[in-house]
Write a protein that binds this ligand. Structure first.
Ligand SMILES: [Zn+2]
Length: 362
């Protein structure tokens, strides 16, 4: 792993004849200036056929960091797939300084079934990293992915969406105690960053522990391609490429306003205290005032005296929200985070500049 970030820049400029390193994985190599599509075997089906993940390695002509972009560790979380595919196949890489390792669909069995987990015993691939040979099927798959395509990298971006039935604003999850991750998270230029290590076994935590600083990007809902979110995430990837010197001619993007949410901040998952059907009054990315009715919960008869109103306990931003309008008591309704007055001012200023219909799309 070579460190060729801007604060320790390579002693070359583009076009002076010094080439990037060869990228190698078990069974192959990708030369500088080459882009290779690989179907890489990580397991076998009941029929003995290979389970292969698609991987595109774009090895730039010029030296620079190696960055992985991964999606669909949860098989029904689709937005990131399109982000990774567009970076791999629609971007012009002739001036790339460094290497992009693009993994659009990691959980192939889950993707085929359009399910979150690996259908085999409902294992969570994103709790199985770094994986291990000789262990469960999930850990063996994780191990093949991790050793070949994650460990050789310098940085990583892992794309997710909300769990089925909910949606969330585009936001970054990052361990902000880690200097390189602070730089990476800020460069991605999302409005919201949620600080935390992440559970053990997640790609982002295990990659970071293995020396590959990695963030998770959460965006939208499962089972969809949401164009506005995909475009926003592509801006984030381009901004990361600018910050870390992969793209020398572009600049780092500033999102206009930003909130960093850590354990000390006011935030809550509001949960239903009644079972029933939910009439949600607010969408993701919306600002609500303390005491605003966020939603009502009704039974099949919609009787007046049985209507439950759920109010905002503090003024804040709706980061995640229920989409499927049915709940048991205890099910999450919305993820609300408090806002400092200055952040709120910046947010409101930005939003008066855009079409009111667009404000909920981010
Ligand atoms: Zn996920």
């Amino acid at each position: 792993m070579t460190d060729t970030r801007p604060d320790d820049p390579p002693d070359t400029e583009s076009g002076d004849g010094v080439e990037n390193d060869v990228f190698t994985y078990n069974g192959g190599r990708v030369d500088p200036g080459e882009s290779v599509n690989i179907r890489y075997g990580i397991s076998e089906t009941y029929l003995g056929d290979p389970v292969r993940i698609p991987v595109t390695v774009v090895n730039g002509q010029y030296p620079g960091p190696t960055v992985f972009l991964s999606a669909a560790a949860h098989g029904d979380e689709l937005n990131g797939i399109e982000v990774v595919r567009e970076v791999a196949h629609d971007w012009d890489h002739t001036e790339l300084h460094g290497t992009l390792v693009c993994l659009p669909v990691m959980n192939v069995p889950g993707f085929l079934a359009q399910e979150r987990y690996l259908p085999i015993y409902d294992r969570d691939l994103n709790r199985s990293f770094p994986g291990r040979e000789g262990s469960t099927s999930a850990r063996r798959m994780a191990h093949r992915i991790f050793t070949n395509f994650i460990e050789p990298c310098d940085l990583g971006l892992d794309f997710h969406t909300s769990t089925r039935g909910r949606t969330n604003m585009l936001h970054v999850r990052a361990d902000m105690d880690h200097t390189d991750i602070v730089r990476l998270a800020n460069a991605f230029s999302s409005n919201v960053i949620i600080d935390g290590q992440g559970p053990s076994g997640t790609l982002r935590r295990e990659a970071t522990d293995a020396g590959v600083p990695t963030i998770t990007i959460e965006m939208g809902e499962a089972h969809r391609f949401q164009r506005s979110l995909i475009d926003r995430a592509l801006t984030g990837v381009a901004s990361v490429c600018a910050e870390f010197g992969l793209h020398r001619d572009s600049s780092v993007h500033w999102p206009g306003w930003r909130i960093l949410i850590d354990d000390t901040d006011e935030k809550t998952w509001l949960r239903a205290d009644a079972g029933g059907m939910v009439d949600m009054k607010h969408g993701r990315g919306e600002l609500v005032e303390e005491g605003d009715v966020i939603c009502t919960i009704t039974d099949p008869f919609k009787e007046e005296e049985d209507i439950v109103s759920v109010e905002a306990p503090f003024t804040g931003l709706i980061v995640g929200v229920l989409e499927n309008p049915v709940v048991y008591p205890g099910n999450p309704l919305c993820h609300l985070v408090g806002l400092e007055p200055e952040t709120r001012t910046a947010l409101e200023r930005e939003r008066t500049d855009v079409d009111p219909l667009l404000r909920y799309l981010e």
